[in-house]
Design a protein around this ligand. Structure first.
Ligand SMILES: [Zn+2]
Length: 135
């Protein structure tokens, strides 16, 4: 059974939740801070930072879906589709996580990722099996 009060509480919580889109909308997207120093954002960065706050807000448009069975309508707001957008990448991130879980073996283990200096890239590539194994 649909609990309207619970849905409204959830909606309010989502509206109050801090997001990247809200931070960009609040503080502007035309300045990029690197190493603590403000820099002008490049064209691509500026475009992404202008799109993310608009994603699924109606600013990019929308359409109405109509149910064939009951004729009810649902407004669907357009998303930005940028791979950097946390909203747009949520589905692919969820699928990636589900796929990762399907590969997990049925015991406790630790997955480690190690980075090595770039100077070792050629050495490792030439001796991959000996240094990394069959990965
Ligand atoms: Zn988006």
């Amino acid at each position: 059974m649909f609990d309207r009060k619970a849905a409204n509480r959830q909606r309010e919580t989502a509206a109050q939740r801090l997001s990247i889109a809200k931070v960009i909308a609040e503080y502007g997207g035309d300045v990029d801070y690197r190493d603590g120093l403000p820099m002008r954002a490049g064209d691509r960065t500026a475009k992404v930072m202008s799109l993310i706050p608009k994603c699924r807000t109606g600013a990019l448009g929308g359409c109405t879906w109509q149910c064939r069975d009951c004729d009810s309508n649902q407004l669907v707001l357009k998303s930005c589709g940028d791979r950097h957008c946390p909203t747009c990448s949520a589905t692919s991130r969820y699928r990636w996580h589900e796929q990762l879980l399907s590969w997990a073996i049925g015991c406790d283990y630790l997955h480690q990722v190690v980075t090595v200096p770039h100077e070792l890239n050629d050495l490792i590539a030439a001796n991959h099996k000996r240094l990394i194994g069959d990965v």
